[in-house]
Design a protein around this ligand. Structure first.
Ligand code: FEO
Length: 395
């Protein structure tokens, strides 16, 4: 028998725990994930969100731990994406009289496209409310955080913000709350989630934070990971910093290599940043996953990317990273293309072209080396990086 967890009086977590999920749309989820749903027992029984279709049985079993699912009156769907709406058909089969509350127009259109028009829908907009007895739920659109349909649900009686994807983490745990896991772990997971899912929509996050700032809540219940109850102020402040996209004085050096020359260049570039007093970190695309590197892109002002020339272009691992970066890239970064070559510079040249498409400035120029390195060429490279840092800081 699977159990529900009471998170406040008469409010229960009834979600699914996905212990074995390891890849979420190309984002490595080393700790799995959860698909959180919440059940409110009031005069009208209300379910906030559902889960992936394959977790429908788990969801229904946890609901049954508290109440007969047939008694659900409202299903609030904060977001159409199937990790949160996928069990709606199973819930509606168990609770045929339930009405589905969704954002207007995008939530309504999305749910009807996925699940048909036969259910009874209640489309809502920002500021609309739903009285479920003692409690009144208030809905706020969080458009493009990270789909057009996203909304959050506020329960003033319990001071809970049901935030859906916002403030989430892909993190499976037997614990339900931030203070049971520890802030460093939860923040690390939340940062990876933000960088890989939310970062391109940071402007919309800033706007949403402004709207939510007017609400009084002491619990944020997201749709993935653990619930914020002891570190609400910290995650709000941290989202404010992340959504500003302001980088730290920090460098990452990302590369792949064939015969080690680009690798040696990468190490030399790293050394120059360290000598300049700038924290720096090295990533080898043969062993580091692009979604882990993206977490560091959120903080880094300098992003050096290196490839030798292979088959008259950049290496496929580097192309994969840069293509992923192009879709997520924050503005206000400095790109540093580099790499070695034998008779054609197309490897580093293609890196430079994609860094330009990311919108990065390239204040250091393109740093290349023909054939193998020697002490003099490495010293030149080291000095070129130091000179680049100096130029940037004099601007
Ligand atoms: Fe967790 Fe946008 O879905």
């Amino acid at each position: 028998m699977l159990r529900a967890t009471e998170i406040k009086p008469d409010v229960y977590w009834v979600g699914g725990i996905d212990w074995t999920e390891r890849n979420f749309h190309g984002y490595t989820t080393d700790r799995g994930s959860t698909y959180n749903a919440y059940l409110i027992l009031d005069e009208h029984v209300t379910l906030i969100d559902t889960c992936k279709p394959q977790f429908a049985d788990e969801l229904l079993e946890r609901i049954s731990d508290v109440i007969d699912p047939a008694r659900i009156d409202y299903v609030v769907s904060n977001h159409v994406e199937q990790d949160h709406s996928g069990a709606i058909p199973a819930i509606m089969a168990a609770a045929p009289n339930a009405k589905i509350v969704t954002s207007n127009p995008h939530g309504l259109k999305g749910l009807q496209a996925h699940y048909g028009t036969e259910y009874e829908y209640i489309p809502v907009k920002t500021g609309d409310t739903l009285c479920i007895g003692t409690r009144t739920l208030t809905f706020t659109s969080t458009v493009m955080v990270h789909w057009p349909d996203n909304m959050v649900t506020y329960d003033a009686h319990d001071k809970i913000l049901f935030s859906n994807d916002a403030f989430g983490q892909h993190f499976a745990s037997s614990k339900r709350f931030d203070d049971e896991v520890g802030l460093p772990e939860v923040l690390a997971q939340a940062k990876k989630y933000y960088a890989n899912i939310v970062m391109p929509y940071s402007r919309h996050v800033t706007r949403a934070l402004g709207v939510l700032g007017g609400l009084e809540f002491d619990m944020i219940a997201p749709s993935h990971g653990v619930i914020w109850r002891s570190h609400v102020a910290e995650i709000l402040e941290t989202y404010g910093k992340w959504s500003s996209l302001q980088p730290d004085e920090y460098a990452i050096v990302v590369y792949d290599s064939m015969w080690h020359t680009t690798e040696v260049m990468a190490q030399q570039i790293l050394e120059a940043f360290i000598e300049a007093g700038i924290p720096a970190r090295l990533f080898d695309l043969k062993v580091d996953h692009i979604s882990d590197i993206m977490t560091e892109v959120l903080s880094a002002r300098y992003i050096a990317v290196g490839s030798p020339t292979l088959n008259n272009g950049m290496m496929p691992t580097v192309a994969s990273f840069l293509w992923y970066l192009k879709g997520l890239s924050p503005k206000g970064r400095i790109g540093i293309p580099f790499g070695s070559y034998g008779w054609g510079q197309n490897g580093p040249q293609e890196v430079a072209e994609l860094l330009e498409k990311c919108g990065f400035t390239q204040d250091f120029g393109m740093l290349t080396h023909q054939w193998t390195e020697d002490e003099d060429s490495l010293e030149e490279l080291h000095q070129a990086v130091l000179d680049g840092i100096k130029r940037v800081n004099e601007q």
